[in-house]
Write a protein that binds this ligand. Sequence first.
Ligand code: NAD
Length: 440
Amino acid sequence: MANKKEVGAPASPKGKSASATTKASHSGQGMFDAVLSRLDMAFSKLNPSYNFQQIIKNPQKQVVVSLPVMMDNGKIEVFQGYRIIHSTALGPSKGGIRYAMDVDMDEVKALSAWMTFKCAIANIPYGGAKGGIQCDPKKLSLGELERLTRAYTAAMSDVFGVDKDIPAPDMGTSKREMAWIVDTYSKIHGIDAPGVVTGKPLTLGGSKGREAATGRGVMISCLEAMKKIGMNHKTATCAVQGFGNVGSSAARLLNAKGIKILAIGDHTANFYNAKGIDIEAALKYVKENGGVLKGFHGGESITGEQLLLADVDVLVPAAVQNVITAHIAENMKAKLVVEGANGPTVAEADPILFERKITVVPDILANGGGVTVSYFEWVQNKYGHYWSEDEVNSKHDANMANAFEKVWYNSQKFKTNLRTGAYVTALEKLEKAVEYRGNF
Ligand code: NAD
C-alpha cells in the first residue's frame, strides 16, 4: 500500500508559492512563481476581483504518495508520486502524468495551473490538473514500469474518476502507461471505465488522431500566427527542439505544409541541415534506435544552444521547460516561436521577446491540441461511438483556429503579447465560472 498525504491549498499571505522546495529555473525563479508572475501581468490588464485572484492563485488539492515497488532484483524501491488539481471551476480536472527525475510539487503545481488555463482557452469543459512520478522511465524494465504505474493508479483511485479527474500522457508516458491505468482503475472499481484516462491505445477506446494531436495543434497555431504576421509558410524555415511525441509530430506536420525544418534535436543530439532535414528519415531512425536521435546522419552536429539560436524563421521548443532564457531571447534569430512544450520560456524573457517584436504563441494556446483531442476521446468513450480520423482532425483544427483568434483579439485589445492575451482569455471565462459557483 502507498502512503498518502493530502494537503489543502496552502495560501500564503502574498499568494506566492508555498513550496519550500521551489525548483530554481534558469531565471532563478521557481516554475509556479513563473505562473504567478504571468498571472500578475494578466491581472494588471483585466483587473479581476480580489476574491477570484486568491482562488485562482492556489491549487484546489495536492496529493503526494510514496509508492513502494518491487524491483526486478527483489528489492523494494519507494517512488514519490504527485497529483495536483488546480481548479474544477469549469468541469472535471484534466491533465497528463509525467515520468521524469526532476518531477516535484513545484513543477506539478505549475503544470496543473497551465492545464486550467489551457482548457479554458480551448473552450472545453474541463478544469486543470497534473500528475507525475519522480523516476527515470528509461532505467526501468517494462515490468517495473507496469508495477509503478499500477501502484500510482491504486494510490490515486479515489482521486481519478471519469467525471472527476482524468489523466493523460505527458513527458515519459504514452498509451502503454494509459492502458495500465485504465485496467487498474477499472478492476479496483469493478467497472469498465475507459473515460477515466485519455491517450489510450485505439483498441481500449483511444481516439484516432490523439497521438499526433499536440503536434497538430502546434502546426495549426503556427499557420494561424504566420497569417497574422505575414510570414509565408511555403518559404519559411524552422528549428524544432525535442523529437518525442510533440516535437516529432510537429516537425512532420509543419514539413507537410511546406515549412523547411533546418534543425532538430533531443536530449542526446542536435542536427542542422541548410537544405532541410529529411523528417521521414529522422522519424524512421528514432523508431529503430531506442527513441533517440544520437547517431543520425541527416545533418551536421550542433549544440542545443545553436539549435535555439539557429538562423530560421520559426522556433518550436517541444522538449522541456526554461530553455528560452533571457540570453537566448536576446540572441534568437527566429521571428516566431510556437511553444510545443509547457513552460519553455522563462518569465524574464517575455519582455525581451516582445521588445524584439518576436511573436510567441504561448504553450497554453499552442499545445492545447492534445487536450482538445483528449476531450474528444472522452466524449467518444461516453457515447460508445467512435469518429473517423478526418472527423477528429477537422473538429480539432476548427477548435484550435477559434482559440487562436480569441487570444489574438485579446492581445490586440489589451495591447500586449499573445501570452498575456491567452491568460486574459482564460481568466475572463474562469472568473465568470467562479463567480456563478459562489463560495462553498
Ligand atoms: P516525450 O517524452 O515524448 O519527448 C520529449 C522529448 O524532449 C524527447 O525527444 C527528449 O529527448 C527531449 N528532451 C528531453 N530533455 C531535453 C533537453 N534537455 N534538451 C533537448 N531535448 C530534450 O514528451 P512529449 O509528450 O513530446 O512532451 C514534450 C513537451 O510537450 C513537454 O513539455 C510536455 O509537457 C508538453 N506537452 C505534451 C503533450 C502531449 O500530448 N504529449 C501535450 C501538451 C504539452
